[in-house]
Design a protein around this ligand. Structure first.
Ligand code: HEC
Length: 118
């Protein structure tokens, strides 16, 4: 029994650490998924209109997407823009990705995670 000193406190700390690592891995995968969706020409296709760090051949119909977290600290506001920008601006060129079911709410959420890293 003494060969492997498994104190409950140590076990708890270990469990907390692995839980934390899993949590960050999960958040990281949402960001990666969001970037894929945003860059995918058949999905978000955001690069057609927006310059986004890391993306190839961007268009400039919309503004460059940068410092997004500072501009939109509220992720719901950001999700709403992607869901249906015509609500804020009826004249917008940006397609209502949520309303038109181009992207699901989960996909929009992953894209929001990605945008908040820009
Ligand atoms: C067809 C062009 C087009 C596409 C595709 C497009 N957008 Fe836009 N987007 C715009 C335009 C134009 C604006 C400027 C605001 C407006 O028109 O209301 C904008 C504004 C935004 C804003 C607000 C930016 C700011 O600085 O205030 C965000 C965020 C955004 N778009 C995200 C996205 C994301 C994410 C995608 C892909 C899922 C996307 N857009 C795809 C045209 C587009």
């Amino acid at each position: 029994m003494t060969a492997f000193p498994c104190k409950p406190a140590l076990l708890l700390a270990l469990a907390a650490l692995t839980g934390f690592a899993a949590g960050t891995a999960l958040a990281q995968s949402a960001v990666t998924d969001g970037q894929k969706l945003a860059f995918d020409r058949g999905k978000g296709n955001c690069l057609t209109c927006h310059v986004i760090k890391g993306g190839d051949l961007p268009g400039t119909i919309g503004p460059e997407l940068k410092d997004i977290k500072a501009k939109y600290p509220d992720r719901n506001e950001l999700a709403a823009i992607i869901f249906d920008e015509t609500k804020r601006n009826p004249q917008t060129m940006m397609p209502p990705f949520g309303r038109n079911r181009i992207l699901t709410e989960q996909e929009i959420s992953a894209i929001v995670d990605f945008l908040q890293t820009l």
